[in-house]
Design a binder for this molecule. Structure first.
Ligand SMILES: NC(=O)C1=CN([C@@H]2O[C@H](COP(=O)(O)OP(=O)(O)OC[C@H]3O[C@@H](n4cnc5c(N)ncnc54)[C@H](OP(=O)(O)O)[C@@H]3O)[C@@H](O)[C@H]2O)C=CC1
Ligand SMILES: O=C(O)CCC(=O)C(=O)O
Length: 425
């Protein structure tokens, strides 16, 4: 049986196509290891539902722009589909499909009862006013309304979206339902039923995974973080709080480096005020992509897919990579890093803290109850460390990389759910 994968521009290798190729390669490796038959493997390679929508946006000057939006539900065998919503100019159906597939394995790996989904709108949010963004978000939600719901598919923040976006989604859905439906979305403001601890959850998970992988005192361990958005900035903060020395960070505007360690709290305030890390007085400027090749103990890619490729992997000097981003390392780069003895804590494990606390938020919404930040933190830590231990022990037992082991566990659990439900035979 051949695999049908969507492609918007088959003649061109877009970043989205690269991400989807990586995701399919990782699935193939796991399926071969698990001995899955070709039919089941094909089913897991194919999204259950993909929706492409045209979203008209009325601009402040009266113009009407039309942008493309997507929502892909990759798999729903273990529960409702779950995954973030991305606003980014290069987002396409291939990228969203890859991200949805990674959500499926991530949720299975950390043992939460969800399938995987992702949404995207091909737009640069920095080029829109707040009112334009609100109109865009509400119209996108109206277009994907048939797919989403607290028991069907639950969006959350990703690149270019935040808790305000989630509030507009919750309101648009609730107005249509005729009553408040907080459980339709996670990563909401706490005033609307958001969970304590969700804002920093992905970064907290990155910190937990990094410290577990280090296996020694973090005191003085040098760290570079690519991406200084929701995930990267707080990952840098939490690693610094734990005693690591964060020596470099980057965003789209550039990179900054201080051999003695950055004052991360001060840099966060500076970036919030100026719109980026570039020009921070208490550090040296660095070429943005040179950050990936610094001589540090730990590298945290927390920006976009395809940051570490066969073109630069051999020059990566960090001995430990903890993937805050989804898909930052291509399969070719993975091979180079593995041969060099570099440990990679894979995305579906390292950045799972976000969806774990999203799950806790949804559970609180469904019960109309809320937990303290301490309770949330304990549950997050338990789920992260449990998944980390499962991955590490399978990797050691079978001679796999941490990424291969994580995919064998995630894909294996989803395959088992299909077989038990009898949907496929
Ligand atoms: N938000 C979440 O809960 C989760 C996010 N993730 C993943 O984490 C990653 C980051 O997401 P998130 O923090 O939410 O997104 P944000 O939009 O908040 O931040 C993205 C950051 O990456 C920067 N960036 C983009 N391209 C580059 C580049 N080439 N070099 C350096 N920096 C760059 C952006 O810079 P600038 O601001 O200047 O544009 C920004 O600082 C994504 O892969 C996402 O899928 C994974 C799990 C959960
Ligand atoms: O919190 C969620 O539901 C999903 C977060 C996300 O998009 C991701 O883990 O990549």
């Amino acid at each position: 049986m051949s695999i049908m994968v969507p492609s918007t521009t088959p003649a061109l290798i877009t970043p989205g196509r690269q991400a989807l190729d990586s995701a399919l390669h990782q699935l193939d490796q796991a399926a071969a290891h698990l001995g899955l038959d070709d039919g089941l493997r094909t089913m897991l390679a194919t999204p259950r539902r993909s929706l492409t929508v045209s979203v008209p946006v009325r601009r402040e000057d009266g113009r009407l722009d039309v942008v493309q939006g997507f929502r892909v539900q990759h798999n729903v065998s273990r529960g409702p589909a779950k995954g973030g919503l991305r606003f980014h100019p290069t987002t396409d159906l291939d990228e969203v499909t890859a991200l949805a597939m990674w959500m499926t394995w991530k949720c299975a790996l950390v043992g939460i009862p969800y399938g995987g989904a992702k949404g995207g709108v091909a737009v640069d949010p920095a080029g829109l006013t707040t009112r334009e963004l609100e109109r865009l978000t509400r119209r996108y939600v109206s277009e994907i309304m048939p797919l989403i719901g607290p028991e069907k598919d639950i969006p959350a923040p990703d690149v270019g979206t935040d808790e305000q976006t989630m509030a507009w989604i919750m309101d648009t859905y609730s107005v249509s339902a005729g009553y408040s439906v907080p459980g339709v979305v996670t990563g909401k403001p706490t005033t609307l039923g958001g969970s304590l601890g969700r804002t920093g959850a992905t970064s907290r998970g990155v910190q937990i995974a990094a410290l577990a992988a280090l296996g020694r005192s973090p005191e003085g361990v040098t760290v570079a973080v690519q991406g200084f958005g929701k995930v990267g900035a707080l990952a840098a903060q939490y690693l610094s709080d734990a005693g690591c020395k964060v020596v470099a960070v980057s965003d789209v505007t550039g990179a900054v480096h201080a051999a003695g360690g950055l004052d991360v709290a001060r840099l966060r305030a500076y970036a919030a005020e100026t719109g980026g890390v570039r020009g921070f007085h208490h550090a040296d400027a660095l070429d943005r992509d040179d950050l990936l090749e610094l001589d540090v103990d730990v590298l945290v890619p927390a920006a976009m897919e395809g940051a570490i490729t066969e073109a630069n992997a051999a020059r990566v000097r960090a001995r430990l990579i903890v993937e805050g981003a989804n898909g930052p390392t291509t399969p070719e780069a993975d091979e180079i890093l593995a041969a060099a003895g570099t440990t990679v804590v894979p995305d579906i494990l390292a950045n799972a803290g976000g969806v774990i606390v999203s799950y806790l938020e949804w559970v609180q919404n469904m019960q109309a109850y809320s937990w303290s930040s301490g309770e949330v933190e304990i549950k997050l830590r338990d789920l992260m460390l449990g998944a980390f231990a499962d991955v590490r022990s399978l990797a050691a037992e079978r001679g796999l990389t941490l990424r291969q082991a994580a995919h064998v566990i995630g894909v294996g659990r989803v395959a088992e759910a299909h077989q038990m439900r009898g949907l496929y035979p």
